[in-house]
Design a protein. Structure first.
Length: 92
């Protein structure tokens, strides 16, 4: 497991692309493990992949550091919403 840096819209509570600021809904989404930044795959292809440098942090990364996030699908038409919860580790 890795923790991710989600950019969240303060008004609507939606998760946003770290690069463009657009809401993440049904689009393809990737995360750069090394920098923990979540972004639209379209922005990744344009801004990060050509130079293999994170556009948010400026850190270089390798292809193995890129994960494509998949949304769960239920088979119903209303399954296009992306949800995330903040994980808080507890010692028991």
């Amino acid at each position: 497991l890795i923790s991710l840096d989600f950019k969240v819209d303060e008004k609507g509570g939606q998760i946003l692309c770290a690069v463009s600021g657009n809401a993440l809904t049904t689009q393809e989404v990737v995360v750069i493990k090394k920098t923990r930044q979540v972004m639209l795959k379209e922005m990744f292809e344009k801004m990060a992949k050509p130079s293999m440098t994170c556009p948010v942090t400026g850190k270089r990364f390798k292809e193995k550091d890129v994960l494509e996030l998949k949304k769960a699908a239920t088979g119903y038409a209303a399954s296009g919403e992306v949800q995330a919860k903040k994980y808080r580790h507890t010692l028991t």
